[in-house]
Design a protein around this ligand. Structure first.
Ligand code: VGL
Ligand code: ZN
Length: 205
């Protein structure tokens, strides 16, 4: 995100309820400053996500963490004429979750994009995420992470398509912004599709 923040109604308290779950999308070292596909200010999502994680923990609500989990020869890499430098190769340090992200031991880890010949931006794409959410009786999803204009948008869109109420934590997302404004346009598309934009500071246990 750049100069102007998108304008969530940034004040009202949002009380967490049974049926809520949190999804932290791809908060992995390769997407943080110094990583191979660093998202500008990517590390800024961590304090906001930690605030949400603490509240979800206090309420005993489920937490999911998606991770990009690629093969070394993944089709999204430049060596295979894909758009990206190599990143998040399964088992490497770059694919690890940010050390400062305070994920509970009970976190449901969702690996995606793990087939060499097919990419997956959405946490729902080719994973067990939908089944696990259904089994847990989840109805409302709070979503943050990286990157706004790729995996966050894809995950939010699929969540809406699956019928979940979706709140995007705008202080807990950052964009690649290949073209300036991509992140803000992605947030606007999410809002148009029915996601609510809010901030982690609005959440209450
Ligand atoms: C992502 C680019 C390539 C993301 C993953 O997590 O948003 N972006 N792979
Ligand atoms: Zn990827």
């Amino acid at each position: 995100m750049s100069s102007h923040e998108p304008e969530p109604a940034a004040t009202g308290a949002i009380r967490l309820l049974p049926g809520d779950a949190l999804i932290a999308v791809d908060v992995q070292n390769d997407f943080l400053p110094g990583g191979s596909l660093a998202v500008p200010e990517g590390d800024a999502v961590i304090p906001a996500l930690n605030r949400a994680l603490a509240l979800f923990g206090r309420c005993d609500l489920p937490v999911f963490a998606t991770r990009d989990w690629h093969t070394p020869d993944h089709c999204s890499f430049k060596a295979r004429n894909g758009p990206w430098p190599p990143h998040c190769v399964a088992g490497t340090a770059g694919a690890g979750f940010a050390a400062a992200l305070q994920l509970p031991a009970s976190t449901h880890i969702v690996s995606k994009g793990s087939s060499a010949d097919r990419d997956a931006y959405s946490g729902f794409d080719g994973t067990e995420l939908a089944g696990t959410l259904a089994a847990l009786g989840v109805r409302r999803l709070f979503i943050g992470g990286l990157a706004t204009d790729y995996c966050v948008e894809a995950t939010v869109s699929d969540a809406l398509a699956h019928g979940y109420a979706v709140l995007v934590l705008t202080d807990a997302v950052r964009a690649v912004d290949v073209r300036p404004g991509d992140g803000e346009r992605a947030l606007e598309r999410m809002r148009q599709r029915g996601a609510r934009l809010c901030r982690s500071t609005q959440l209450r246990a």
